[in-house]
Design a protein around this ligand. Structure first.
Ligand SMILES: Nc1ncnc2c1ncn2[C@@H]1O[C@H](COP(=O)(O)OP(=O)(O)OP(=O)(O)O)[C@@H](O)[C@H]1O
Length: 666
């Protein structure tokens, strides 16, 4: 039988290939830990300084950009928090019996222009969603207030900020016609491009609104082409990912960005996390400095499904106004997860069994549903996503399309597969957390998850890819018993109870079937499992896992998937040393030491994939990587290099310097 042949030949096959992979992955594991607690980037502080120095338009002494102290440490708990900042927050809670706001009432009250009313009415939504009802008017009317808005996934937050932005453009159409007046920032390229498509929907509903042009500035696309578009269209709206936006701002802020009135952070809690927050502060600083009216002219709008009033302290450095309205459509004690999602969890003894459980589940869905089956399945790392996709393709591609989606796929391909999956009635999207937030794929029946997400809030965002726009949906989380603390953490920190729980034990038949479906991917198995170990190592604290139990459990997947539970991941002693595990019982439990002396050169001074030399010490100290390796856009930002090389970009190292934690996971 194929499986047993593979099993017998596997260790020897793996040894040669594994060495390079393992040395690479040694760095990954190291980084996995340290990047969770990293500090301000030296490089960014230099950029920040450079901007100040070169900026001829800088108005000394009047700027939040210059005057705000930058926190030296970026742990969430350690944010510099001036108590007075909270006093400016005005919480407007969810009201049960509030008067309905309709497009017509907004027109009658003079809030909306008739051309914009016409465009939105043509979309034929039955009514405005609660967040749209609650935000449109205050965003437009409150001169001296920033706005935070919280609403559950799939409830139309995008139009909740696009409608007032269009209205503002109409209101100010005679001023600075060819300048950017609204900047929308999103954490992933795909989300930025999706928001751009939503703007185009408004254009298409009323051609008269096309004069309010929009350009997206996202990594992985041709920089020069984007700037040509900026010159040609002279847009009023720019939608961007942080890294690319900073690049553009550093060179063209005077030309396009002196008249910005609004900036929007979609998925604001994500953009205000470590890894993005500095970028957002830099963006905000440049926009404020360049603003022709005043350095506090720009109104900031923060939108997300997962926000609390603490976000305001994180956003304090980028909010300009004296007051901040927190427009809430979720009750204080209500879980942020959408109530229409039927959630369940399937618990296995072994981590690897979750793969068998998911395959069995999909099989059942395909056979039991007489109509289409459209699902998204999330996985913890890029390599595991590819591995899983391969299994699912071998199992199900004759039934329905199986699409692979993560940050290592070229942007062109990503864009076309997003378009395709939006259109498909049936299919499975296999993805990392790059697809967790904001992506609007219509009519997804189910969200499946193998293992835990990259951050707790992403559980809510992942499952929120179903039950959107008034539809029903369900979600299944496949985990092993060592991952159960995650479920408790969801309850404790997010008030989410997964009511349906079942246990799972695979049959010999399904095991054999899946192991055969793995096909050639078994060659990469050690690499894949090490990527998982790295990913889990980085979230031990956040999810209250037991390191002693969770890591060996993940490592044991190697043996389970090779159908020999005794097999351990083969590594060199040097590799284990670098992990700081050569004397640890966990190390011995997870790995088998092999002699790789023939490849000594390679291990003497190895570099990881991203070109950073690894001292090998950070695994133990857990704090030495963040500074240099923070990345800008958490998906794979590449700055369209093929066409950009004529001049050296200040940030053209971004692609090689991003954090390995995110590199692995998105
Ligand atoms: N008033 C409305 N009525 C019904 N559907 C709407 C309405 N407004 C927007 N939609 C649709 O709802 C879907 C979800 O909208 P959107 O992507 O803006 O949700 P979201 O709240 O931003 O979700 P997420 O939190 O996942 O980002 C989209 O397909 C959008 O066209």
């Amino acid at each position: 039988m194929l499986t047993s042949l593979l099993v017998k030949s596997r260790p020897s096959l793996l040894v040669g290939r594994s060495l390079s992979v393992l040395f690479t992955n040694c760095n990954r594991i190291n980084r996995g830990v340290s990047n969770r607690a990293y500090h301000d980037s030296d490089r960014d502080q230099k950029n920040f300084g450079r901007y100040q120095k070169n900026d001829s338009n800088r108005r000394p002494g009047n700027s939040r950009f210059n005057s705000r102290p930058r926190a030296s440490s970026r742990d969430d708990d350690e944010v510099n928090f001036d108590k007075s900042t909270f006093s400016k927050l005005i919480h407007v809670p969810k009201e049960e019996n509030s008067k309905e706001v309709t497009l017509d009432t907004l027109l009658e009250e003079g809030v909306l222009d008739k051309e914009l009313h016409k465009a939105i009415a043509r979309m034929e939504f039955p009514c405005l969603t609660p967040v749209q009802q609650k935000t449109i008017k205050p965003i437009l009317s409150s001169e001296d207030q920033d706005v935070i808005a919280r609403a559950k996934t799939g409830t139309g937050k995008t139009f909740a900020f696009l409608i007032p932005i269009f209205q503002h453009l109409i209101n100010t159409k005679l001023d600075s016609q060819y300048m950017v007046k609204a900047v929308i920032v999103a954490p992933t390229r795909d989300l930025a491009l999706q928001i751009e498509a939503e703007v185009k929907k408004i254009h298409d509903m009323n051609y008269g609104l096309k004069k309010y042009a929009c350009v997206s500035l996202v990594g992985g696309t041709d920089f020069r082409a984007a700037m040509e578009k900026m010159n040609k269209l002279r847009p009023n709206i720019v939608i961007a990912t942080p890294g690319r936006l900073i690049d553009v701002l550093e060179r063209y802020s005077n030309k396009f960005f002196r008249f910005v009135d609004y900036k929007v952070l979609d998925e604001a809690d994500r953009l205000l996390e470590i890894g993005f927050r500095d970028d957002l502060e830099t963006i905000s600083g440049i926009l404020n400095e360049k603003n022709s009216k005043s350095t506090d002219n720009i109104k900031t709008l923060l939108f997300s499904a997962t926000l609390d009033d603490k976000v305001q302290k994180l956003a304090n450095n980028i909010m300009n106004k004296k007051e901040c309205l927190f427009l809430d459509t979720v009750d204080k004690n209500e879980p942020e997860a959408h109530e229409r999602i039927d959630q369940s969890v399937v618990v296995s003894e072994k981590f690897a069994n979750s793969i068998f459980a998911a395959v069995e589940h999909i099989k059942k869905q395909i056979t039991e549903r007489d109509s289409n089956y459209k699902a998204i399945i999330f996985a913890p790392t890029v390599k595991f996503t590819s591995f899983l996709c391969n299994i699912l393709q071998n199992e199900f591609k004759k039934n329905l399309p199986i699409l692979e989606f993560h940050g290592k796929i070229t942007q062109n391909k990503r864009t076309s597969l997003v378009k395709r999956f939006k259109r498909e009635e049936s299919g499975i999207l296999v993805c990392t957390d790059v697809g967790a937030r904001g992506m609007d794929f219509p009519n997804v029946h189910e969200v499946l998850q193998i293992g835990v997400p990259s951050e707790l809030a992403n559980y809510i965002h992942r499952i929120g890819r179903t039950a959107r726009s008034g539809k029903e949906g369900s979600s299944v989380l496949f985990i092993c018993k060592e991952e159960m603390p995650f479920v408790k953490e969801l309850k404790d920190a997010k008030n989410i109870t997964i009511a349906k729980q079942e246990t799972y034990e695979p049959s010999e038949e399904i095991k054999t079937e899946v192991l055969e479906a793995m096909g050639q991917d078994t060659d990469d198995l050690s690499d894949i499992i090490i990527s998982l170990i790295s990913s889990y190592r980085s979230c031990i604290k956040e999810y209250r896992f037991s390191e002693r139990r969770i890591l060996p459990e993940i490592a044991s997947s190697y043996g389970v998937l090779l159908n020999d539970p005794q097999l351990k991941i083969p590594v060199s002693r040097r590799f284990l040393d670098k992990l700081g595990l050569s004397r640890s019982p966990i190390g011995r439990e997870m790995f088998e030491i092999r002699d790789y002396s023939g490849n000594r050169d390679r291990s003497e001074n190895f570099h990881d994939e991203d070109g950073d030399a690894d001292s090998g010490s950070s695994f133990r100290s857990g704090n030495s990587y963040g500074n240099r390796n923070r990345r800008r856009d958490y998906d794979n930002d590449q700055f369209g290099r093929g066409n950009n090389n004529r001049r050296s970009f200040s940030r053209n190292n971004d692609n090689s310097n991003y954090s390995n934690r995110n590199n692995n996971r998105y």
